[in-house]
Design a protein around this ligand. Structure first.
Ligand code: NAD
Length: 263
């Protein structure tokens, strides 16, 4: 199937590692012109050069914090200047701290709203007017399977990602007539540094070896294994493609069947 991504200009946020990096690599393989950002320049350079080697395509990158609205604006401006336009944007950020209600300070609530919700707003504010001018666009928000079934111990994620899902669903209504689709993709347990950090914390809290935590997660998944980042990236790549032209306003899980709901 030709996804029609050749030459499309794609921004992937928080993409020096993990899910963002896997999405950027897959889009590069499909011939898109890819721009990535994250906080650490050395990590970004490493990611960009390995994607360039694998795909033969140049990657544009800038080091920035996605909670800084002015830097997000400068980045999107720079991408447009470099590639001529912006067709695709995948919003993403690091995960908020894994804590229960009484452990979370008000500062941590505010920081998590900045990181998880407002970072997506900052990108959407920059890219949607540009896509509207071209009468074509794809916006994908990365959230979590927690938007369909809350995960114990991840209160900030469970709460604030629901707001991102509401944002994406409403943007899909507002921008559909401009040829722009907006969808939300919800990863399940996927082998990245974030998952290692969660396993370390849960293992410490429960005084068990981290392998026990991985075993517990695996036992909850009908497919009986954790995901590889590439398996998540495959769905995002399809959703931002020409072929997904009638998929709009959805939230799709890539969780091996972990969420037990019917829809
Ligand atoms: P990760 O920690 O492996 O990678 C996160 C990436 O985001 C890195 O490149 C990091 O440098 C960048 N980043 C973090 N904070 C940033 C900031 N403020 N500004 C710019 N860049 C920033 O995480 P991941 O596993 O790839 O997960 C991506 C998102 O998906 C996270 O929000 C995570 O909580 C969520 N998620 C992950 C899983 C999973 O199992 N991996 C499951 C559900 C949800």
């Amino acid at each position: 199937m030709d996804l029609g991504l050749k030459g499309r200009v794609a921004i992937v946020a928080a993409a020096s590692k993990g899910l963002g990096r896997a999405v950027a690599a897959e889009l590069g393989r499909e011939g898109a012109q890819v721009a990535i950002c994250a906080r650490n320049a050395a990590d970004l350079e490493r990611a960009a050069s390995s994607i360039r080697q694998a795909t033969g395509n140049a990657i544009f990158w800038q080091a920035l914090d996605v909670t800084d609205a002015a830097r997000v604006q400068q980045f999107v401006d720079a991408v447009e200047k470099r590639f001529g336009r912006v067709d695709i944007c995948v919003t993403n950020a690091g995960g908020p701290p894994a804590k229960t209600f009484l452990e979370i300070s008000l500062e941590e609530w505010r920081a998590a709203v900045e990181l998880t919700l407002l970072s997506a707003v900052y990108f959407a504010r920059e890219v949607l007017p540009r896509m509207r001018k071209n009468k074509w666009g794809r916006l994908v928000t990365i959230t979590s399977m927690a938007v369909k079934q809350p995960i114990d111990g991840l209160l900030l994620s469970n709460s604030i990602r629901a707001a991102v899902t509401g944002l994406a669903r409403t943007l899909a209504n507002e921008f559909g007539k401009d040829g722009i689709t907006v969808n939300n993709v919800c990863p399940g347990y996927t082998l990245t540094e974030r998952l290692d950090e969660l396993a370390e914390k849960q293992a410490r809290d429960a005084s068990v070896p981290r392998e026990k935590i991985f075993e517990r997660w695996t036992s909850q998944i009908p497919l009986g294994r954790l995901a590889r980042p590439e398996e998540f990236a495959a769905l995002v790549t399809f959703l931002v493609s020409e072929r997904a032209s009638y998929i709009n306003g959805t939230s799709i899980t890539v969780d091996g069947g972990w969420v037990r709901s019917l829809l």
